[in-house]
Design a protein around this ligand. Sequence first.
Ligand SMILES: [Zn+2]
Length: 322
Amino acid sequence: MRRVVVLLLWTCVAGAATARGEDSACAPVEIAPRLPPTRERVRAYTPVFDLCAKEGASRLAIRRMNVDGTPLLLTVDPQSLQTSLERAACWRCEETSDAAQAKTRYLQALHPPDDPTRPPALVNAGLIHGAGGGAFLTGDLCPTRKPLDRAFFEKLAAQGQHTPVTLAVSGAWLQRHHADFAWLREKERTGALAIAWANHSYSHPYVSRLPDQRNYLLRRGVDLDREIFETEKLIIAEGETPSVFFRFPGLVADAALLEGLRTRHLVALGADGWLALGLRPRPGSIVLVHPNGNEPVGLRLFSRLIETGAMPLPLRPVNDAP
Ligand SMILES: [Zn+2]
């Protein structure tokens, strides 16, 4: 027993990338968060687009990195869109292209067919409505000093085991809310919630009263790659795996930002059910609330819609939306 404790302690202190399960050295990697967590654990972070194979399985790698000295890949299952961190040494990879992968569900989500009925929106581009019924619940964690609204998540967990929710987290929120993030991870570990982590940029620029076309990530000097990668590195250092989804701050993006996002193989996640703006969900809606303490009215509306049966159910995982 004592030996086990010592080993566990060593693992925590060393912060080594440890395999989930002991049966395979090539199982998806789980990073043990360290206190204080630091981006410096995740080094040589590089965008790639590789087709990787291992024992009959294939994945698309979108990032390479080195975590605590171990070379890892952030990979995407091209059909389910599920992401995982994998040991690079376990996979044989070669460079691929969007054209070569065009038939996969993932690339079709990245390059959806043009919808002539939609204006070339500055606001709310990307995926705004999901396939099929139910609803896709998303919560944005924009930077704030306020604490996470834990009561909202407790109510959500009461919907049943593994209730799916997508949290679009900004790096600046994560930097200030390590305890809240750990609390959410615990909700996941116990099976109360099934959380998908979307990227909500690192700094989430916003200046009140500036017009949209000069605000958010359209502010002068914004480095989109930095906004993407620094947040992904933080999510990984905190022990989670980024999904393929990115939500633009304010839901504001122009054609250049959308193209930049596609180049990094991320799917823009809009919303057609921002509850606090008075938008009512219908089957397939991507519902948007702010559980970061900034918009309690949206959370109250969500509870009321659930209680009155007006929320389309079931709540579904975002990977099913495209
Ligand atoms: Zn936001």
